[in-house]
Write a new protein. Structure first.
Length: 114
């Protein structure tokens, strides 16, 4: 499975960005797609995830601001990020998991700064 992420960029506090990730290759019908992020000097951490059945989860700090969604037909996952804060600045990574197999996409940088 290959993952390609798009949509990072620079935005002012309070702004919005939408990240996209497309999965190609041997996609299974049951899987979980997620977004992680890593800011400077910190470990990569979970942000949000969505199962193939549509169940979602978020870390507390993004609840109400970020929305994860997916398009099964396009094997894609999206992260709509609203009300962005400087502390959301990080490299965001797309993640795919099916059974014991996991895959990472390349990161896309999100910078929130005035």
């Amino acid at each position: 499975v290959q993952l390609q992420a798009f949509g990072g960029g620079s935005v002012q506090p309070g702004g919005s960005l939408r990240l996209s990730c497309v999965a190609t290759g041997s996609i299974t019908s049951v899987n979980v797609m997620a977004w992680y992020r890593q800011s400077s000097g910190k470990q990569r951490g979970y942000v949000a995830g969505i199962t193939s059945s549509g169940s979602t989860s978020y870390i507390d700090s993004v609840k109400g601001r970020f929305t994860i969604s997916r398009d099964g037909a396009r094997n894609s996952v999206y992260l709509q990020m609203n009300s962005l804060k400087p502390e959301d600045t990080a490299v965001y990574y797309c993640h795919y998991a099916a059974g014991t197999k996991t895959y990472w996409g390349q990161g896309t940088l999100v910078t929130v700064s005035s």
